[in-house]
Design a protein around this ligand. Structure first.
Ligand code: SD4
Length: 292
């Protein structure tokens, strides 16, 4: 039987190795995707996810995360949560709630505390130094604050045919307090349906949200497109449309996997990702912007 996982950026690879082992051992898609992301959240040297993530302009690491179960379509998400090591695990627990399943700010942090999640200061000395340096650089008004961001977004497919998706990010470096990106937003940062497939995004949240791109990819796969066709058709025309109608388009990088373990990628910047399936050894690959 087929299993598989795909996740954004080279940084995902250790998590993909872990998820691949779990999926091989017939563990669930939900457990595998959560573990994949937990590995990245714990590692202090990834500057855009979990511990060591870059802070907002006030020096606080505010994180966004989501979890979706492709069987039940249940979703949980957090926005602007702080002092929690595993934001994605909080999101997963929230996915069990029928009401109040997307919590932000203090409400999200309170939910994590009450439910016994590991709390810790997420600002490392390294991230604090980068923030202090950036504050100085920003005295020059021509410098843009928003140049450091990446999200871990992942899809898993279990041997039993279940799928799950999850994301976790500290969002845009130097973002305004309370700014929430696409990563916790259903259909924008992620979407998965075990009967079809899933997709996850990284890039400029403000622009990814304008096209609900992850849902669009899954919708297209549901109409019979391959993951690669769905990525190409959802991403490139939309980037073009944004440039025409909005005047510009930020970074878009999308990964997708269908219920058979086939996968696709589309990006408008050079983009690394990690993938493993029952027929392909785990590998880090690079995708280049298409001429489309
Ligand atoms: C956000 N999409 O908060 C995230 C950041 C990201 O590559 O993925 N950047 O907008």
């Amino acid at each position: 039987m087929t299993w598989g996982t795909i996740a954004t950026w080279r940084m995902a690879h250790d998590g993909v190795l872990k998820a691949a082992e779990m999926l091989k051992n017939k563990e669930t898609a939900g457990d595998a995707v959560e573990s994949l992301i937990n590995v990245i959240e714990e590692y202090p040297y990834y500057k855009s996810v979990g511990y060591g993530g870059l802070p907002n302009e006030e020096g606080i690491v505010e994180m966004d995360a989501a979890f979706m179960d492709g069987d039940t379509l249940a979703q949980g998400a957090v926005g602007g949560i702080h002092n929690v090591l595993h934001a994605v695990s909080v999101a997963r627990k929230l996915s069990n709630e029928h009401y109040n399943s997307f919590r932000v700010g203090e409400g999200a942090t309170k939910y994590a505390t009450i439910n016994g999640f590991k709390m810790q200061n997420m600002l490392t000395d390294r991230a604090k130094k980068r923030w202090q340096k950036k504050l100085l650089e920003l005295k020059d008004e021509s410098v843009t604050p928003y140049d450091g961001h990446d999200t871990i977004g992942a899809i898993t497919l279990s041997e039993a045919g279940s799928m799950a998706a999850a994301t976790s990010t500290s969002g845009l470096f130097m973002k305004k307090a309370g700014r929430v990106g696409d990563s916790p937003l259903s259909g924008s940062g992620f979407y998965v349906d075990s009967e079809i497939g899933g997709a996850a995004a990284t890039g400029l949240g403000e622009d990814i949200m304008k096209g609900c791109i992850s849902y669009e990819i899954v919708r297209r796969m549901g109409e019979g497109e391959t993951p690669q066709e769905a990525c190409d058709h959802a991403v490139y025309p939309f980037v073009k449309k944004l440039k025409k109608r909005y005047g510009k388009a930020g970074e878009f990088s999308l990964v997708a996997m269908d219920k058979d373990g086939d996968w696709g990628v589309a990006t408008n910047v050079e983009f690394t990702f990690s993938v493993a399936t029952s027929t392909e050894d785990p590998q880090i690959l690079i995708a280049h912007p298409s001429a489309n």
